[in-house]
Design a binder for this molecule. Structure first.
Ligand code: HEM
Length: 209
């Protein structure tokens, strides 16, 4: 040890801090795959009976036809639900949600939004989420819960009729499900762009440090 230079000794003594623990990284990437499968197969299902005056191009849908898309959607649904429940359980049990996502104050969100728009938002400390991140992450978790519940309401409107009724009936649940998808796609566009703009955050979500 004594033959090492002082800087080498420091490197050994203080390994890089873990920013994203392994369980967060595993559930995050499983969620990303499941979400993409759900979105692309969902677009194909939508095309069979569109709610609006447009269809999704078949180049960005999954399943080939309604039957194939439903198989993909119901298979990926289990992955998304089980993985989501693991994330919620561990997020609550480890105190991660409380530590990382709370508090969310309107003053904090306003000042961090201003800082972000003027290029003054610091990305130096990745272990603390700024207020805009907290709001977006907490918001997308709520949207994730809503899209699963409205999906269950559309899937089993007889057996789960109280759930379907909670969304205002079958037709209304379809609209809720669609707008949750739109919110997730909008989140993803911004989220992936920011991850690429701050590559060390992407690195931390892959290798933890
Ligand atoms: C393939 C696309 C994706 C990429 C490249 C990506 C990248 C990242 C990165 C780099 C972080 C850490 C960023 C930071 O320090 O703020 C993160 C966190 C997060 N991402 Fe993603 N992500 C993707 C997909 C998704 C999807 C589909 C969702 C949900 C709809 C999602 C939800 C979240 C949440 C909630 C967090 C915070 C997790 C926590 O701290 O507990 N991500 N993502």
């Amino acid at each position: 040890m004594s033959s090492l230079a002082a800087s080498d000794q420091r490197t050994i003594a203080t390994p890089a801090k873990v920013i994203q623990p392994a369980w967060v990284r595993v559930v995050h990437w499983i969620n990303a795959v499941a979400m993409i499968l759900m979105i692309m197969s969902g677009w194909q299902i939508y095309n069979a009976s569109p709610l609006f005056d447009f269809k999704f191009s078949s180049s960005i849908t999954l399943g080939g036809w309604l039957g194939g898309a439903l198989l993909w959607h119901f298979a990926a649904m289990w992955l998304l639900m089980v993985n989501g429940l693991v994330y919620l359980a561990l997020g609550l049990a480890t105190g991660r949600f409380r530590k990382k996502l709370l508090p969310i104050t309107s003053a904090g969100v306003i000042s961090d939004t201003k800082a972000a728009l003027t290029g003054k938002l610091s990305h130096a400390d990745l272990s603390t989420y700024n207020y805009v991140q907290r709001l977006l992450y907490a918001g997308i978790i709520v949207v994730g819960i809503l899209i699963v519940l409205s999906g269950l309401g559309i899937w089993k409107p007889v057996q789960l009729q109280y759930l379907t009724a909670l969304f205002g009936g079958y037709e209304a649940a379809r609209y809720v499900h669609f707008f949750c998808m739109a919110a997730i796609v909008a989140f993803l566009v911004v989220h992936v762009a920011l991850a690429l703009l701050v590559p060390k955050s992407l690195r931390a979500m892959i290798i933890g440090r």
